[in-house]
Design a protein around this ligand. Structure first.
Ligand SMILES: Cc1ncc(COP(=O)(O)O)c(C=O)c1O
Length: 374
């Protein structure tokens, strides 16, 4: 199917991805492990295309969550280390080995399952994840003696890295904050493992951008895609948005004063109005909670979304916008002339976070890739 049949599409600027990667890499002090997180289809940007672009500039570590995501990358020719964060069963352990994925393991059962299947005479590299407060995945500190024993006895698995995940990295500046507590715990845990051969990675986008930490590897996600991570507003960042979303006004409707627009009649015209119908709805990933709250850009002006966002369509108020007519370009995310509306704006308007908006841009929205800078 041609990606140009429908006018709605996401433009993905890979040059901005590379800019953001280099920028973040330079913020990571005294550590050369900077592993782009490509999970969830690279936060909606296309994992294969992003992996290829990053590989071309020398990146060799990638992070995904699902084994399926890792297999996809391998099948598309991505070499290098692919960290997978999900747990697995017997069958999946076989896939981990077959596709040479590097699991970030959180349970002793997973380690045993894997070790059993590693072919004789070979070994498989693994990382360990420790729970320092997120209380989602990861070994507890108490399990360290068992782990040390396991690795002493097993020749099948080679410990290549240890990590933890921060749950409130935006508090990096608080000397008594949760991040400091987590890092102290991680430091203590690290002391049990020989430091020479293993990589230690901790920092997510907020922690990298805070520039508060040194000597720890990083796994940035959201900032790589140019969305601002949760962080003190005073901190200036040089990130460029990677995804823009564009469409065209499919048709316009003249709506009389007191008439309503869309399901439920949640918006009433205060004057005779010109409504633009934009072929992009919640099935495309536009949040329904943005109804009557967010903006789009038409003819260089921010125009309000009016009425309830539908499955396939969203309406905007074009009243008073000169030359606003069917066929006019609509920018849902990004920049047009002097005006901009970014994913942070849409997230705030719809009561969510950039992560959720980006990862939910659905598969029926064609991604069009360019390498040029803005
Ligand atoms: C284990 C792990 N590391 C790193 C990241 C990247 O986080 P961020 O997108 O905030 O940089 C995530 C994402 O949630 C994650 O789950």
């Amino acid at each position: 199917v041609s990606s140009r049949i429908r006018p709605s599409h996401a433009e993905i600027r890979l040059s901005n991805l590379i800019h953001n990667y280099r920028y973040l890499r330079d913020l990571v002090k005294n550590h050369n492990f900077v592993c782009p997180m490509l999970k969830a289809n690279a936060y909606g940007h296309g994992d294969i295309e992003c992996a290829r672009a990053l590989s071309q500039v020398g990146v060799h570590d990638f992070g995904v969550v699902l084994i399926e995501e890792g297999i996809r990358l391998r099948e598309e020719g991505i070499n290098g280390t692919i960290l997978v964060f999900a747990g697995f069963d017997r069958e999946a352990a076989g896939e981990v080995i077959k596709y040479n994925l590097t699991p970030v393991v959180s349970t002793l059962d997973d380690l045993k399952e894997l070790a059993e299947q590693v072919p004789a005479g070979t070994s498989h590299r693994v990382h360990l994840k420790f729970n320092t407060g997120m209380n989602r995945l990861g070994f507890s500190e108490e399990e360290i003696p068992n782990l040390l024993r396991f690795f002493k006895e097993s020749t099948k698995l080679q410990l290549a890295g240890i990590c933890t995940h921060l749950f409130q990295a935006e508090d990096s500046f608080d000397p008594k904050g949760n991040t400091q507590i987590q890092l102290q715990k991680f430091e203590k845990i690290s002391g049990n493992f020989e430091s020479g051969a293993i990589v230690r990675h901790v920092l997510s986008s907020s922690a990298v951008c805070s520039q508060k930490f040194s000597g720890l590897g990083a796994r940035p996600g959201i900032a790589l895609y140019g969305a601002r991570p949760a962080l003190n507003k005073d901190i200036q960042l040089n990130l460029l948005p990677v995804m823009s979303i564009k469409s065209r006004v499919e048709l316009t409707q003249k709506v009389k004063k007191h008439e309503t627009v869309s399901y439920g009649g949640t918006w009433t015209a205060k004057q005779n109005s010109l409504i633009g119908v934009v072929p992009f709805g919640y099935a495309d990933g536009y949040p329904r909670s943005a109804s009557n709250k967010s903006f789009m850009i038409v003819k260089g002006r921010r125009v309000p979304v009016v009425g309830t966002v539908c499955m396939d369509y969203t309406m905007v108020d074009l009243t008073g916008v000169p030359y606003a007519e069917a066929g006019a370009e609509v920018v849902l995310l990004g920049q047009q002339d002097e005006e901009s509306y970014f994913v942070e704006d849409l997230a705030a308007a719809s009561g969510t976070i950039s992560y959720e908006i980006l990862t939910r841009i659905s598969s029926r929205v064609p991604r069009i890739y360019s390498h040029e800078a803005v």
